[in-house]
Design a protein around this ligand. Sequence first.
Ligand SMILES: C[S@@+](CC[C@H](N)C(=O)[O-])C[C@H]1O[C@@H](n2cnc3c(N)ncnc32)[C@H](O)[C@@H]1O
Length: 270
Amino acid sequence: MGLTGGLDFTGDWLALREPFDHVARAPVVTAATLAHLATRPTPRLVDLGCGRGSGLRFLRPRVGAGARWRLVDRDRALLDHAARTLDGGDEVELVTADLRGDDLGDVVAGAHLVTAAALIDLVDDAWLAELVAAVGTAGAALLVTGSVDGRVAWEPVHPADGDMVAAYARHQAGDKGFGEALGTAAPARLAERLEAARWRVTAARGDWNRVGDPALQRAYLAGVVDALAEHGVAGDELAAWHRFRRDAVDAAASRLTVGHVDLFATPPEV
Ligand SMILES: C[S@@+](CC[C@H](N)C(=O)[O-])C[C@H]1O[C@@H](n2cnc3c(N)ncnc32)[C@H](O)[C@@H]1O
């Protein structure tokens, strides 16, 4: 998921969620991706907004040796972290680029698979159109995972959960550096765009499902509360909700479900 607001893209947050993102991946989408790549003896993959390399760490053992990777992010420190965790084997190119300003066609050129995890909730509809066009022109397949779809459930429930979740979804639709972000509407919009252009699409839920881990829940909660406080969401109500949620986590009585969508697609002519 592409949280912004109180949660930024620091290596700490990305490291914390990585194992949960990997467990959440929809098996049917992973299977479609691997079946597609199996037809390429030396697959070339481009990971957009790769962060510290989570996508590579998920796919690499499944794709097998010999793949070529291009990891793309605007944050050099995250790319350097990704590089430090590599253990040789595949060819990996690190590219510092601003996906908003730079030519996407150049960034994805030569790819068999373009992938992006926890990214598209940050972008606007025009950028999605550019992405579909650029990946289609490259004749590549597209794998977009971990896109938040707005379903969030906390256990135990609190009467203010619905208001807080809705307020946070509104925040996710603000400007995140890519114009007016689609936020939780992004995965449905991407599927619509691809289907309209006659891509073959496999999509499925890839949720964080009833996660009990206290560190992940605390970080997520802090991010939500910071963002809502920034937006001036009812101070007393927010404080009471925060206290209730925090106490439940401290008592190891809390679980968090965050809905994500994973999607794999191939262009009509592939
Ligand atoms: C939520 S993180 C996801 C990171 C990684 N894909 C993962 O699953 O752990 C979003 C990533 O997109 C990158 N990003 C955001 N805006 C970007 C832009 N305009 N150009 C390039 N990268 C960008 C951030 O630096 C960050 O690494």
